[in-house]
Design a protein around this ligand. Structure first.
Ligand code: MRU
Length: 331
């Protein structure tokens, strides 16, 4: 497959707009859009044209810098609250906005948010790679790669770094219903890195784990509570339950900016609910459910901290809750 270097978020040359890769169109179309108005920036977040917890923070930083050029401070505060209201679960969005609102030099701060994320992801990737050996089978869910961050990614960082060093892994990617971030984005990024990728429907994870094809599960996070509970893409908690059953280590990778000590536990994290049309219609050729059926479409779920082998940030490994893993050579 043709390798492409995709930049998800950047400023335009005159710094009057933010240019993003429209992730809703992947993998079929590589299309960049230019955003200079707050309403379009809000819509880009809401509609997941830009997505992934750290990337939302980076985008918010660039967006507020652009908006600050034409908005006086009270209006900028209004814009800041407006952007944060687009999606409630990933803490990085409000974290980056609060950094920007406290900064004296907004240009410097938005680049710092992006560059710090790149450094954190590189460190996370190194730590994650230490958990793997060449040829391991890894299951991942949603997308925690470069397009969800700045570079390398979190959950995918170790895999991509390993590929750069000439290693290979058998990566099983859950398609991630209903918005298909696994199928559309993770498969693309991992194939781009030259890795062995197998796409599965979300409901196939148990069968793949039972067949002993999986040595570890690697996922990202949208918000980590003080007790180690983790909010991540819907479907993550089910994988953690399965991993415990099959004695497979379950790792969560995120930068420290995703840890929110103000939330005591997962119960304090707001889970975004999205429109049911994403389940019934989007990405299908025609509607695939009876008209009028009730839908429940939470975008994220909470994985209990006691199901997680370790949370890996740039600072180290946290919460060794599960011990005596049978497979592999893990912490
Ligand atoms: O709804 P999305 O696509 O923004 O959800 C993304 C995820 O759940 C990722 O796993 C998470 O943000 C970690 S990204 C490094």
């Amino acid at each position: 497959m043709e390798k492409r270097n995709l930049t998800n978020i950047r400023l335009s040359g005159d710094e009057n707009s933010v240019i993003i890769l429209d992730q809703r169109l992947l993998p079929n179309k590589i299309e960049y859009i230019e955003l200079s108005e707050a309403a379009d920036m809000y819509a880009a977040i809401k509609e997941l044209k830009v997505r992934g917890a750290p990337a939302l923070g980076i985008f918010a930083g660039f967006a507020l810098y652009v908006l600050s050029k034409k908005a006086p401070p009270p209006k900028l505060k209004e814009y800041a609250d407006y952007l944060v209201s687009a999606r409630p679960t990933a803490v990085n969005l409000e974290w980056a906005v609060s950094r920007m609102m406290k900064a004296d030099d907004l240009k410097k701060e938005c680049y710092a948010i992006r560059d710090e994320d790149a450094a954190m992801c590189a460190a996370i990737a190194e730590r994650g790679l230490g958990l793997l050996k060449d040829g391991d089978g890894v299951l991942t869910h949603c997308n925690a790669g470069p397009l969800a961050t700045s570079r390398y990614g979190t959950g995918l960082g170790a895999l991509i770094l390993g590929a750069e060093k000439g290693m290979n892994f058998n990566v099983f990617v859950g398609e991630t219903r209903p918005l298909l971030q696994g199928a559309r984005i993770t498969a693309l990024e991992l194939m781009n890195a030259g890795l062995d990728v197998t796409l599965i429907c979300d409901g196939m994870a148990s069968a793949v784990m039972r067949d002993k094809k999986i040595d570890a599960v690697f996922v990202g996070a949208d918000r980590v509570a003080a007790n180690g509970d983790v909010a991540n893409k819907i479907g993550t908690s089910g994988l953690a339950v399965l991993a415990k059953h099959y004695k497979i280590p379950f790792y969560v990778f995120c930068p420290s900016s995703t840890v929110d000590l103000s939330r005591k536990s997962g119960g304090d994290i707001v889970i975004e609910e999205r429109d049911g049309s994403e389940i019934c219609e989007l990405y299908f050729k025609e509607r695939m459910a009876p008209e009028g059926v009730k839908c429940f479409n939470p975008a994220f779920d909470i994985t209990d901290g006691n199901l997680i082998t370790a949370i890996v940030t740039e600072e180290g490994f946290f919460k060794k809750v599960r011990a005596n893993e049978k497979r592999g050579n893990h912490v």
